[in-house]
Design a binder for this molecule. Structure first.
Ligand SMILES: NC(=O)c1ccc[n+]([C@@H]2O[C@H](COP(=O)([O-])OP(=O)(O)OC[C@H]3O[C@@H](n4cnc5c(N)ncnc54)[C@H](OP(=O)(O)O)[C@@H]3O)[C@@H](O)[C@H]2O)c1
Length: 197
């Protein structure tokens, strides 16, 4: 963070174990329409312009079954895609020219190469999220930049602590990309390099 930065974060509702005078945390459950409406209302009422909006929340709910579990697909798409789109559309009016929307995606969503055969539900959600990135980048061309970012294989609860990167390291790359001035819009990034869709 730079001096003067102000961060608005969200939480599913569990108590978070840190605070900062330049941080406001708002409850948000992307699986619930009303929660998205309420969250956007609180952000609006804070009355601060938004320079960077990062859609980081996501779930990986796949099981190992051959068939795609429709309930898990529905729930995943609500959180990883539909909720993200709904919240983002409500935040865009608060964003100034030159702002940046960053969708935390995954190489799992790459259409041109299937890296591994599992996690179809998660992959479908991230491929669709990438389309939201490219669609929105075209719509907001010349006003607000829109990017997808792959964070890397990060040691978080999503991968049961496995990976080759600590969350702090991934966050650093994401922040560096997010604050890059005049970044080429509509691209997919990993560690500051463009990667294919
Ligand atoms: N870890 C990896 O190797 C990896 C690789 C590629 C992409 N990604 C992507 O990176 C992002 C962060 O994942 P992570 O690794 O940090 O996973 P994580 O440890 O499981 O964290 C998931 C985050 O999503 C939030 N979340 C879950 N369900 C939500 C809901 N219904 N409404 C609002 N927020 C919700 C959680 O909020 P709370 O903190 O409030 O629980 C948490 O902050 C995800 O988009 C993921 O797909 C991760």
């Amino acid at each position: 963070m730079n001096e003067g930065d102000y961060v608005i974060g969200t939480s599913l509702g569990e108590k978070i174990d840190f605070s900062h005078k330049a941080l406001t945390v708002i409850e948000l459950d992307l699986s619930k329409d009303q929660s998205i409406v309420d969250c956007a209302k609180v952000v609006t009422e804070l009355g601060r312009g938004i320079d960077i909006h990062i859609n980081n929340a996501g779930v990986l709910l796949d099981d190992g079954n051959l068939n795609i579990n429709i309930e898990k697909l529905r729930h995943t798409l609500q959180i990883n895609l539909i909720g993200v789109i709904d919240l983002t559309q409500r935040i865009i009016p608060l964003m100034s020219a030159g702002a940046h929307i960053v969708n935390i995606s995954s190489t799992a969503g790459i259409l041109s190469k299937v890296y591994y055969p599992d996690y179809p539900v998660y992959k479908i959600s991230k491929a669709a999220l990438n389309m939201f990135t490219t669609y929105l980048s075209t719509k907001l061309q010349g006003k607000i930049a829109v990017s997808s970012v792959h964070p890397g294989r990060v040691r978080t609860s999503m991968g049961n602590g496995e990976g080759d990167m600590d969350p702090e390291e991934a966050a650093e790359y994401i922040y560096t990309t997010a604050k890059t001035k005049n970044i080429e819009t509509g691209q997919f990034w990993f560690k500051g390099e463009k990667i294919p869709w």
